[in-house]
Design a protein around this ligand. Structure first.
Ligand code: HXC
Length: 512
């Protein structure tokens, strides 16, 4: 009697684990992809996976004799470096990992568990999108997933990875999560694939060009990171999770692994003598954070602003910095969106924001104006104003005009504002300013070029320095660059019990 029951258990267990689908598993491997089960094994601590809904069967009303145990997704919980997470991995060997009614129910169940328990949810996507055979029920299922993405937003970190095709509805859930990692060559994300593009628009475009990892990491900004392969992808998830808290009530803090008072006398040498020459702002970031360990997010997208996680004195911080190496560090549409979204993540998860400023302003021009720099640029202002976590800003070079205000200035509720002696805080850069205020003089001058140079020099001495702002208390302290790390860590410690309440409202209306 018992034997029969065990026989049944192992029969369906084997079916759920791929017996009968060996050809599909082989095809998955031949495409250079792991199976959903192999992916989960790679991600989680060995032996920690607790699988749920393993024996759920897909909606098989039309052919009841066909049973796919587990349907097109594997779901459950486990640990990563000993910390609890929930996970779902679409199984391409079952109907192309497409999403039907039961698939969506399984995904929503683990999302709900993750929300209740307060742990991150990780989605591994390799899916043909809404299951065509299930029609409206699959669309309904996506709606439920999107709703749960929204419920989880700002409560638990949501991470998705694209390790195969992510078509149709399979792209919108990742887009609603906090971090998207795409694996080179195999990850593809598109709302409508190349065949439909050809049919509707008569345009020939490859999968890779339309929705490959490089496209989404550098052009659309959908992907926050590219992984070389699936092994690298799982390592990237683990490293990301090591920086961030597991829910919005936690604070990510470890014992400091570095000297809090470490000085770097070479820091000033990072800035070129000529303020118009480019340099790499990451040299400053790497010098001031614990052990030079910086986890950059969105590295290839809008590189004129750098964002990422690091630790200072053991506390996780979010770094936002202008990058003079690209567009001279000017703010444009993409960089405003990138920084604003990152700031909002940090604010949701109690991560203090450190801003390093060297920017000549918002990028001028028809292209930016017509594509909405006003609308998009305002998001950065909004995100800084809204954030109640500790905010520390350090101006190292140019901080002109609107971009000075946008990059964590005092009135955007920044708590401690520092400046290097090299900081230039002004409404406009010297050349632009004197062209306006000395227009008549320059017009009447016999040697306009020389005069302009002289006036610009005078302007720089008079206005473009940190002391006028420091005299008004808009800058709290002008510091020696070598002590930047020590002063920021002291500031973080000072602000560690920061409490700031805001007016009660349903939610604000950021200009999307
Ligand atoms: C049912 C699907 C499927 C789907 C793939 N399959 N997509 N079954 N519904 N959406 C099945 C195939 O029939 C095949 O079954 C198996 O999965 C593998 O698919 P292949 O085409 O052989 O694989 P491959 O060549 O790697 O191509 C993968 C693919 C392609 C690029 C994903 O299958 C594809 O273009 N699928 C359709 C994508 C799509 O248009 N989805 C609907 C989007 S609309 P067998 O039995 O042969 O192994 C949508 C609306 C939601 O999602 C909107 C919400 C906002």
């Amino acid at each position: 009697m018992h034997d029969e029951k065990f026989k049944k258990l192992y029969e369906i267990k084997n079916l759920a684990e791929g017996v009968g689908r060996e050809d599909k598993i082989e095809s998955q491997h031949s495409k250079g992809k792991l199976t959903a089960r192999e992916r989960i094994e790679l991600l989680l601590d060995a032996g920690s996976f607790l699988e749920l809904d393993k024996y759920v069967i897909h909606r098989n009303d039309e052919s009841p004799e066909t049973k796919y145990y587990g349907d097109g997704v594997i779901t459950g919980s486990g640990t990563i470096d000993g910390r609890q997470v929930f996970v779902y991995a679409y199984d391409f060997t079952v109907l192309g990992g497409s999403l039907g009614e039961m698939t969506s129910k399984k995904v929503v169940k683990v999302m709900s568990h993750a929300l209740k328990v307060g742990t991150p949810i990780i989605g591994i996507i390799d899916s043909g999108g809404a299951r065509i055979q299930e029609g409206a029920q699959s669309l309904d299922g996506y709606g439920d997933i999107f709703y749960h993405n929204t419920l989880a937003s700002g409560v638990i970190p949501q991470i998705t990875v694209s390790v195969g095709p992510c078509a149709g509805g399979a792209v919108y859930s990742p887009a609603m999560t906090d971090f998207v990692i795409m694996v080179e060559s195999i990850g593809q994300m598109f709302v409508t694939g190349p065949e439909v593009v050809k049919e509707v628009l008569s345009q020939e475009v490859s999968f890779e060009e339309l929705g490959g990892a490089k496209t989404h990491a550098s052009k659309s900004g959908v992907a926050h990171m590219i992984a070389k392969n699936e092994y690298d992808c799982m390592e990237k998830i683990k490293r990301l999770l090591s920086f961030i808290p597991h829910n919005n009530t936690e604070i990510s803090l470890i014992e400091s692994q570095d000297d809090d008072n470490r000085l770097d006398p070479n820091l000033i040498k990072v800035l070129p003598e000529n303020p118009y020459h480019p340099y790499d702002i990451k040299q400053i970031i790497l010098s001031i954070v614990d052990k030079g360990d910086f986890y950059e997010i969105h590295e290839l997208f809008a590189p004129n602003v750098v964002v990422g996680f690091a630790r200072m004195g053991g506390k996780t911080v979010g770094i936002v910095a202008n990058q003079p190496q690209f567009l001279a560090g000017a703010l444009d549409i993409d960089s405003s969106n990138k920084a604003a979204r990152f700031i909002r993540f940090c604010d949701s998860f109690n991560i203090p924001i450190i801003t390093i400023v060297d920017t000549p302003g918002y990028l001028p021009g028809k292209d930016q104006e017509h594509h909405g720099i006003i609308r998009h640029g305002s998001k950065l202002l909004y995100a800084y104003c809204e954030a109640t976590v500790p905010k520390i800003t350090c101006i190292v070079g140019k901080a002109y005009g609107g971009a000075y205000i946008a990059m964590g200035s005092k009135n955007l509720r920044s708590d401690i504002n520092l400046a290097w002696p090299t900081a230039e805080i002004a409404v406009l850069g010297p050349e632009a300013a004197i062209t306006i205020i000395h227009r008549k003089d320059l017009k009447n001058s016999s040697d306009a070029i020389e005069k302009k140079k002289k006036l610009a020099e005078e302007y720089r001495k008079k206005f473009a320095n940190p002391y006028i702002a420091a005299e008004r208390g808009i800058i709290d302290l002008v510091i020696d660059p070598m002590e930047t790390r020590a002063v920021i860590i002291k500031s973080l410690n000072t602000l560690s019990n920061k409490r700031e309440s805001t007016l009660k409202k349903k939610h604000g209306n950021i200009n999307l």
